[in-house]
Design a protein around this ligand. Sequence first.
Ligand SMILES: N[C@@H](CCC(=O)N[C@@H](CS)C(=O)NCC(=O)O)C(=O)O
Length: 246
Amino acid sequence: MIRIIGSYVSPYVRKVLACLNVKGLAYEIDPITSFFANDDFTRLSPLRRIPVLIDGDVTLCDSSVIAAYIDEAYPGPALMPSDPAGRARARWLEEYADTRLGDLFIWGLFYQKCVHHLVWGEPGDQARIEKTLTDDLPDALHYLETELPEAGFLFGEIGIADISLATFFRNGVYAGFEADPDRWPKTAAYVERVLAHPAFAHLLPFEDVQRSVEIRRRREALLEAGAPLTAQTHGTREPRRGIMRL
Ligand SMILES: N[C@@H](CCC(=O)N[C@@H](CS)C(=O)NCC(=O)O)C(=O)O
């Protein structure tokens, strides 16, 4: 059984779970955030980041590495296009999403508005939020508007590029941001389409529990909602700072 370590509300975890769902693969999940993870988690994830995948003897970090492994190791619908140019473009859009959209949606908005004060009891960086909303996110959305299709997905069926891009917009909503359909009509419609796909829609009830139930009751509430939780957790009660940025 494949095991995933990482919270349902992390965009990078959601990306991996959507890939597993597209492939029709069963998994178990330990839905923790990296700030509340124990020492053994550091052994599995040297950068102390989520997601982590464990599949028998294989332990992997980084959503892109994990998604590529899932695609190559298992049958089912391909996550990557088949031609070299399409594959290269899909990889670029995945990288753009992970790096740039990650920086804007997660570190510029979601972390500042939703996570920072919950974990550390300190206010988020208001100037950073404003710059993200006024300058940086509009620039990114102008770019996406030139890249995204009017209808359907980027390369036929839903794939890694669609999944990698759309996942960040759900955290955008959690932080109070949605792409304005008057300014970015293609992007707004595309994101709605991708997030409505069953691979994402199936995860929403678990995200709702993860966001609304206090940490002490969360595992129990997720089990009640039908989440396929692992028997063991790498979670702890005391938060600790990340080793990369925080
Ligand atoms: N490039 C990584 C990024 C993963 C990442 O930044 N995850 C966040 C959660 S959304 C995390 O664990 N942050 C903790 C930290 O950076 O200390 C991936 O694609 O998996």
